[in-house]
Design a protein around this ligand. Structure first.
Ligand code: NAD
Length: 251
C-alpha cells in the first residue's frame, strides 16, 4: 500500500490513462477525486474503484475554467479533509492540421485544456498541500513536447509548456516539500489514440512498426510511472520528465 490514507485528485480520470491511474492509486490505498467533464465515464471510474473496496468521488469539472477548478478543490477538501497528490492528466489532442492552417479557436482550446489547466489546478491545490507540509504533483506531458510531431502545433506546444511549468513549480515548491514531476508517454492505447487511428488496423500496425519495443503502450504502464512519482519511492525526485515511450524518442 504505497499511498495508504493519501488523497489524490486525478483530472481526466473518466477514461484512458487517468482511469488507469485512479484504479492503481486506489488499489494502493489512496482516496480519489475524479475531476472530468465526462460524467458517464467518471461515474464508471468511481464504480470500478468502489467495487474493489476503494474510495472515490466524481466532481464534474472543466479543468480550463478557474471557477470550476476552485470548486473542485473545495469539494475534494470537504469530502476528504486534505489533498496530498494532484495528477494533471486531462487533455485533448486537438485538430490535425499544419500550423498555417490551424484555426485560432482550436489553438486556444488545446492550450487552455492541456496547459492552462495544469496552472489552474496547481494554483488551487498547492495552498491545500501547504497545510500538510508535503505534496506530489504529477503532470502528464507527452513525447510530442520533446520531439517533432507534424500537424499538431497546439498539442506539441502545450505539452512542451507542461515540461517547463513542471520544472518551474518544482524549484518554487521544493522548500515546501512539494515535489513536481511530469511523465512523457509515447503512443498509449486509449480512446485518444483510437480516435486518431480511427480504428484502422493498418494505422495501428504503422505505429507499431515505429516502436522499438514492437508494440503500443498500455495505460497501466503509464499508471505505474505515475505511482512511482506520487509515492515515497521517488522521494528524492523533483522537476523530472520521465519518458514512458517504449524507446520511441531514442530511435
Ligand atoms: P482520453 O481521451 O482517453 O482521456 C482524456 C480525458 O480527459 C477524458 O476523460 C476527457 O473527458 C478528459 N477531458 C478532456 N477535456 C477536459 C476538460 N476540459 N476538463 C476535464 N476533463 C477533460 O486520452 P488519454 O490518452 O487517456 O490521455 C490522457 C493524457 O495523456 C492526456 O493529457 C494526453 O495528452 C496524454 N497523452 C496520451 C498519449 C496517448 O498515446 N494516449 C500519449 C502522450 C500523452
Amino acid at each position: 500500500m504505497k499511498l495508504k490514507n493519501k488523497v489524490a485528485i486525478i483530472t481526466g480520470a473518466s477514461s484512458g490513462i487517468g482511469r488507469a491511474i485512479a484504479e492503481l492509486y486506489a488499489a494502493e490505498g489512496a482516496m480519489i477525486a475524479v475531476a472530468d467533464l465526462d460524467e458517464t465515464g467518471g461515474t464508471e471510474t468511481v464504480d470500478i474503484v468502489r467495487e474493489k473496496g476503494g474510495y472515490a468521488l466524481f466532481v464534474k469539472t472543466d479543468v480550463s475554467k478557474a471557477r470550476e477548478v476552485a470548486s473542485m478543490a473545495r469539494q475534494a477538501m470537504e469530502k476528504y479533509g486534505r489533498i496530498d497528490i494532484l495528477v494533471n492528466n486531462a487533455g485533448i489532442e486537438g485538430k490535425s492540421a499544419l500550423t498555417a492552417d490551424y484555426p485560432e479557436e482550436d489553438w486556444d482550446r488545446v492550450l487552455a485544456v492541456n496547459l492552462k489547466s495544469v496552472f489552474l489546478c496547481s494554483k488551487y491545490v498547492i495552498p491545500e498541500m501547504f497545510k500538510n507540509c508535503q505534496g506530489a504533483i504529477v503532470n502528464i506531458s507527452s513525447i510530442a513536447g520533446m520531439t517533432a510531431f507534424q500537424k499538431a502545433p497546439a498539442y506539441a506546444a502545450s505539452k512542451a509548456g507542461i515540461i517547463a511549468l513542471t520544472r518551474s513549480m518544482a524549484i518554487e515548491y521544493a522548500p515546501n516539500n512539494i515535489r513536481v514531476n511530469c511523465i512523457c508517454p509515447g503512443i498509449i492505447k486509449t480512446p485518444m489514440v483510437e480516435r486518431s487511428t480511427k480504428g484502422s488496423l493498418d494505422a495501428e500496425r504503422k505505429l507499431i512498426r515505429e516502436e522499438p519495443l514492437g508494440r503500443i503502450g498500455k495505460p497501466e504502464e503509464v499508471a505505474n510511472a505515475a505511482l512511482y512519482l506520487a509515492s515515497d519511492d521517488s522521494s528524492y525526485v523533483t522537476g523530472s520528465a520521465l519518458v514512458v515511450d517504449g524507446g520511441w524518442t531514442i530511435k
